[in-house]
Design a protein around this ligand. Structure first.
Ligand code: F6R
Length: 603
């Protein structure tokens, strides 16, 4: 979702901006633009709808300078057009600004301060840049006008702004939306995500909400909105550019599916020692032991991983668990238990829907843990504790390895908590052995790509609708399997509790409707077999994915042995591959599906 880059003090400004925007493509966008100033009175604004490659073609050789800002836009206010693309500029062409986030009071500000200004876009962002200009016209200098505008603006934002009258600096500010400063050798950069600037630097400085940064070629001045100076040390991002390359793969998604066995091994090596001890923060376990209920808060795929985790924590750590959608829970919070403990599951660590819940949890002084793939992300910084997913950068918009990593890390924590509480079943659940089985089991499935590709063609060619069904653990899994299929193949898919279908939705089953049934859940297996017969009797074309233990002759995909509680780690993989091949067969952009963004930083 919207990406920001900026650079000051480097004579390769245009290349750095375009390269950074390419690296942010994975976040999802529909238009892009750059503003470059040569600090000698000449400047350039180039914006295009569509891919970065289109923007690159539109950038002519003379677009060179020493300061620049760039942006990928994921439309919120106003359709994807050149006018609505960023950077936006003030009516007198003095200020140029890029923005990630949503301003909630832009209409009010427009009416109150900007009634006479001619706007050239439909965006909330343009109000911000015109407002700065309004205060500059009243006599404030660029920085004071920026601060004055910030004091009035409400909502989420990461801003980067260039003032043509002071092109030796970039004005930066942040509230709720992610933004980082990168320290180069003789120059400085800004970016929504460190990955955008790894070719320039590995040294980054966080910006916190409510802070303003004046970024120059040789200095980074951070202050609060009231001007109080802030000191903050840089940190090193331990990634290298090859971690984010596709290697020999045609798509990131397939690479990331194939990486899952290694992710399981990495989680095991990092958290579990050979002598049976675990590397888990003892303070975290002490805090969790006090909890009478866990609240797992997440969105999308991470929410689905939370549903699997609910079962794991309840069985192994003997604690009741609620799994909540951040977008609902924050605004309709139920009566909490006496001693709640919150777990935020988030691949990106930036999801605004989850973050607004964490802000409220912190206001209530309640303890929390973020499980995330991105250390130093907002959710990781703001929670009491963090556990890393260790999945490595996930670039494809459709989440795969982060989902399986989330379940694995939940299982590790559940066992540690269960053992700390002396729960008998936690002693028997050997998470180290289970993660080894998971790694091998995933490998068995990814080695069957040719079969799964053929099954996808047999079941989904020319289909517009499909169902995934299952009971218990397989129901939670069906929700994720259906989401994968929807988001990248655009086939309408539903994940359904197998027993619930007959209460209405079975009306949609007709001749040849694809129904993919999961049979891994011991308690539900025989009943799901009954539900399979019901849909078959109505003409459904049924593909069965069953664990070795419950498989029957004719089942198409067999899931290798693993404890049922974490079986979705393996059994989701056929669904990931089915979605991949269905998307490929339809000629879709597998890694960057329409309308979607990787890091959803607006509510
Ligand atoms: C789907 C997908 C999304 C994310 C959701 C939450 O494949 O990736 O549903 O799971 O937007 O994102 P995170 O996990 O970054 O909080």
């Amino acid at each position: 979702m919207c990406g920001i880059v900026g650079v000051i003090g480097n004579n390769k400004t245009t290349d750095i901006l375009l390269n950074g925007l390419e690296k942010l493509e994975y976040r999802g966008y529909d238009s892009a633009g750059i503003y470059v100033n040569n600090q000698k009175g000449k400047d350039f604004l180039v914006k295009e709808v569509g891919k970065i490659s289109k923007l690159e073609n539109a950038v002519t050789d003379d677009v060179q300078g020493l300061v620049g800002i760039g942006h990928t836009r994921w439309a919120t206010h106003g359709t994807p057009t050149v006018e609505n693309a960023h950077p936006h500029f003030s009516a007198d062409n003095r200020f140029y600004l890029v923005h990630n986030g949503v301003l909630t009071n832009f209409e009010e500000l427009k009416t109150k301060y900007l009634a006479d200004v001619k706007f050239s876009s439909q965006t909330d962002t343009e109000v911000a840049v015109q407002l700065v200009d309004h205060f500059a016209k009243e006599g404030l200098d660029g920085e004071a006008a920026f601060r004055k505008a910030l004091s009035l603006i409400e909502g989420s934002y990461a801003f980067a702004m260039v003032d043509k009258e002071q092109p030796d600096r970039i004005f930066v500010a942040k509230n709720k939306s992610p933004l980082l400063i990168g320290l180069g050798d003789g120059f400085n950069v800004i970016c929504s995500d460190a990955m955008a600037m790894l070719d320039q630097t590995h040294q980054f400085v966080e910006i916190h909400d409510g802070e303003v940064v004046i970024l120059k070629k040789g200095s980074v001045e951070i202050s609060k909105l009231d001007g109080t100076a802030v000191q903050r040390d840089p940190y090193t991002v331990d990634l290298d550019a090859s971690d984010i390359s596709k290697g020999t793969y045609e798509h990131y998604m397939l690479k990331e599916i194939d990486e899952q066995p290694n992710v399981m091994r990495k989680i095991s090596q990092n958290y579990l020692n050979d002598d049976g001890t675990m590397n888990i923060d003892s303070k975290l376990l002490d805090e969790m032991k006090k909890a009478d209920r866990l609240y797992i808060v997440a969105a999308g795929t991470s929410y689905h991983a939370g549903l699997v985790g609910q079962n794991i924590f309840e069985k192994i750590a003997d604690v009741p668990v609620d799994v909540e959608l951040g977008s609902e829970f924050g605004y309709h919070m139920p009566k909490l238990s006496k001693h709640p403990f919150f777990i935020f599951l988030s691949q990106s660590g930036e999801t605004a829907d989850s973050r607004q819940v964490l802000v409220k949890v912190n206001e209530m002084n309640l303890p929390s843990l973020t499980m995330t793939n991105v250390p130093n992300s907002t959710l990781s910084r703001e929670a009491t504790f963090t556990m890393e997913l260790l999945a490595g950068p996930e670039i494809a918009v459709a989440s795969t390895k982060a989902y399986t990593a989330q379940i694995a890390v939940e299982a590790v924590l559940a066992q540690a908590l269960g053992q700390a509480k002396g729960i008998a079943i936690a002693k028997d659940f050997d998470v180290k052995k289970q993660l080894a089985l998971a790694a091998n089991g995933i490998q068995t499935i990814v080695d069957e790509k040719a079969t799964i590709k053929q099954l996808t063609a047999d079941f989904l060619t020319d289909q517009t609708d499909a169902f995934y069904i299952g009971r218990g653990i397989d129901y939670a899994l069906s929700l994720e399997a259906a989401l994968k299929l929807k988001e990248i193949s655009y086939i309408h898919a539903e994940g359904f509790a197998a027993g619930e279908l007959k209460h209405g939705t079975i009306a949609l089953i007709e001749n040849n409707t694809p129904v993919i049934a999961y049979v891994n859940d011991g308690v539900g297996a025989s009943h799901t077999r009954g539900n399979i017969q019901e849909v078959k009797a109505r003409g459904a074309h049924v593909l069965v994915i069953a664990s070795q233990k419950y498989a029957e002759a004719g089942d198409q995909i067999i899931i290798p042995e693993i404890d049922e509680l974490i079986s979705p780690i393996i059994s989701v993989v056929p669904a990931q591959l089915i979605a991949y091949y269905a998307s490929l067969a339809r000629g879709n952009d597998v890694d960057k599906p329409r309308n979607l963004a990787k890091s959803v930083t607006v509510e």
